[in-house]
Design a protein around this ligand. Structure first.
Ligand SMILES: [Zn+2]
Length: 619
């Protein structure tokens, strides 16, 4: 109860906020009160229906309120209490304020203004500030329109309290009809009772009916000099062009999260409420650019904190209440988007510890596993949209936009779609699982391991390359040039191939099966014959070797183990290659991504590049 004194005065403000339970209600009450205000004007008598009812409502709160309620109900309507009373208190809208200041300084004021923006960014606050700016007479009663209304003169105080006779506020959401507007149009003809300008503030103006707009249009075309219209809307697209073209438009921006944080922290200080920085940050990010939404969350958080600290203190002196991050997270539940992003980020970075920790923290706060998975799916969806260039406006918070933009650049569209598939599969699993938390962890881990996968096209390419390199390395030195010179150590495998190609296919086949080479040098071969064979290959082998190498060969059977026969080598190589493929990171990831997948090998002697391996998901 300090710097807002100028607005509420000492009595009515403080009592009124205790009497109502929510910012929205107060908002409505305030608007009705202002709407009812014109009734004393002489012209109002002709259509008497409308203004009567709201007038009663409006008068009510100060009468019913009793100071006692304050202690019983620790709920503080901060959005009302800290409504900006000067343009400098209006946070995040500097460009608009500058334009307006210029217009006032140069006396080039439009007769109709349109304030647009999402809910809670300060549209009606701005409208009231403009009303003050236009009607302020200064403390000495001699001042003119100013961007710095004094807040002390009678017009300033009356407007702040919602009782100025010439500032008429109307909520088009509840007064959509042509009669409501006709009433205004009638009243417009008469001069202001006590102020410089007669000001009509119409909130949610897009809600007016077509006829109501038409009725208003004539007045907007030829407005009396003493009348100003201030329109506010969340849905500017719904306004007729004829109205748009006759107003000066101000687009109020969402308030950046950092600015909201400062604002909320300062309010906590003024309220004597201790709040953890992280708690404030959580509230600011959940507010998504809206001061009013953020303040109503802060209201709740303080109410919780009050209850925990005993709750028997009045709101003026309370220094015990402490708003903690844990409590706020608890309160916000799913709305903790920062936690969702951290979880999703850990998943994409392939950091299982961080990911599972994030899951545990959220679970401990009472967030359902299914909800966590949904949040991850939501982020995936938005990354996909961002990759198409859409979805930017979808994320109101800068942090979120940046994160999504970064992920959209980091991942290929194929990866995003695979991730979506994996999460979707996980969603079904978690929903049907007896232990949803375990199912969630498994589903996220599977997605985590698979997130490294390249596109299907890149995967196929990699598999081809692996098949090719497997063929080369699996059979040791197989690809070396055949030994034809004396210096080059001859290579048994290529010798056999040459024998095969020279037409001695039957001999080549027996050589592959039976010959375990002990020593191989130019012109000299010592070998052990594989167990179970007893045909003497030596004469035939000598002749064949001489035929393919143009030299005489000593070929003898000798003692020793020798290198396994070529046929045995090939089998061993195939086995090793399959094992190696299974051990490859990429393949591990693929197996993680497609549980139940298997490696299929074509039935041929050795793998050839391009046709060796296929990845198929079993039906
Ligand atoms: Zn003033």
């Amino acid at each position: 109860m300090d710097d807002s004194d100028d607005m509420f005065g000492d009595l009515p403000g403080g009592e009124r906020k205790a009497a109502d339970s929510g910012a929205a209600e107060l908002e409505a009450a305030g608007q009705n009160a202002m709407f009812a205000a014109p009734s004393p004007a002489p012209a109002e008598q002709s259509p008497p229906e409308a203004p009567a009812a709201p007038a009663i409502e409006a008068a009510a709160p100060p009468v019913h309120a009793a100071p006692v309620t304050e202690a019983v109900q620790p709920y503080r309507v901060l959005a009302r209490k800290y409504r900006p009373q000067t343009f400098s208190e209006l946070i995040g809208q500097e460009p608009m304020v500058r334009t307006l200041a210029n217009a006032i300084a140069r006396e080039r004021l439009a007769h109709a203004f349109l304030m647009t923006g999402v809910r809670g960014v300060g549209k009606t606050s701005t409208a009231r500030l403009i009303a003050k700016a236009l009607n302020c007479v200064g403390p000495d009663g001699q001042g003119g329109p100013t961007i710095d209304p004094c807040g002390q003169c009678e017009p300033c105080r009356a407007i702040a309290e919602g009782r100025h006779i010439d500032v008429i506020e109307m909520d088009a959401a509840s007064h959509t009809g042509v009669d409501d507007v006709r009433e205004i149009v009638e009243a417009v003809r008469y001069a202001a009772v006590s102020a410089r300008y007669k000001i009509y503030i119409i909130d949610e103006v897009h809600m007016l009916s077509r006829n109501a707009f038409n009725a208003l249009l004539k007045t907007l075309e030829e407005p009396p000099a003493h009348v100003k219209f201030l329109f506010a809307t969340t849905e500017v697209d719904k306004l007729p062009v004829t109205v748009l073209s006759r107003t000066q438009r101000f687009d109020l921006r969402r308030i950046p999260t950092a600015l909201l944080e400062q604002h909320f922290a300062s309010i906590c200080r003024q309220e004597g409420v201790e709040a953890e920085a992280e708690a404030i940050a959580l509230i600011a990010s959940a507010a998504e650019g809206s001061v009013r939404d953020g303040l109503s969350i802060l209201d709740q958080a303080i109410a919780h904190a009050d209850l925990e600290s005993g709750g028997d203190e009045g709101d003026a002196g309370g220094g015990q209440a402490r708003v903690t991050a844990a409590r706020v997270r608890d309160m916000l539940g799913l709305a903790d988007k920062g936690a969702q992003r951290r979880l999703f980020g850990a998943l994409l970075e392939g950091n299982p510890q961080a990911m599972l920790e994030a899951v545990d923290r959220q679970y401990a706060l009472g967030v359902e596993p299914l909800a966590l998975l949904r949040a991850a799916m939501d982020l995936t969806h938005r990354v996909a949209l961002a990759q198409t260039g859409r979805g930017e406006a979808d994320a109101p918070m800068q942090e979120e936009r940046e994160a999504i933009g970064q992920w959209a650049r980091d991942m290929s569209p194929g990866q995003v779609h695979r991730l979506w598939q994996l999460l979707l599969k996980g969603y079904d699993e978690v929903r049907g699982a007896p232990d949803p938390l375990a199912a969630l962890q498994m589903a996220l881990l599977r997605a985590l391991h698979a997130a490294d996968l390249p596109d299907p096209g890149a995967l196929a390419q990699t598999m081809r390359e692996m098949a090719a390199s497997g063929a080369a390395s699996g059979v040791a030195a197989g690809a070396e040039t055949p030994g034809h010179g004396a210096e080059t150590a001859p290579d048994w495998k290529s010798l056999v191939e040459r024998i095969d190609q020279s037409g001695a296919m039957h001999l080549a086949s027996r050589l592959r099966l039976q010959v375990c080479v002990i020593e191989l040098a130019p012109g000299r071969l010592l070998y052990r014959q594989e167990d179970g064979f007893d045909d003497d290959l030596r004469p035939e082998l000598r002749a064949a070797l001489m035929a393919v190498t143009d030299r005489r060969w000593t070929v003898e059977i000798a003692e020793g183990e020798g290198t396994p026969a070529l046929a045995a080598q090939e089998q061993a190589a195939k086995d090793a290659e399959a094992a190696e493929i299974r051990g490859h990171d990429l393949v591990k990831a693929a197996f993680a991504a497609f549980p139940g997948a298997e490696i299929l090998t074509e039935d041929h002697d050795q793998p050839r590049p391009g046709d060796g391996r296929h990845w198929n998901k079993q039906p």
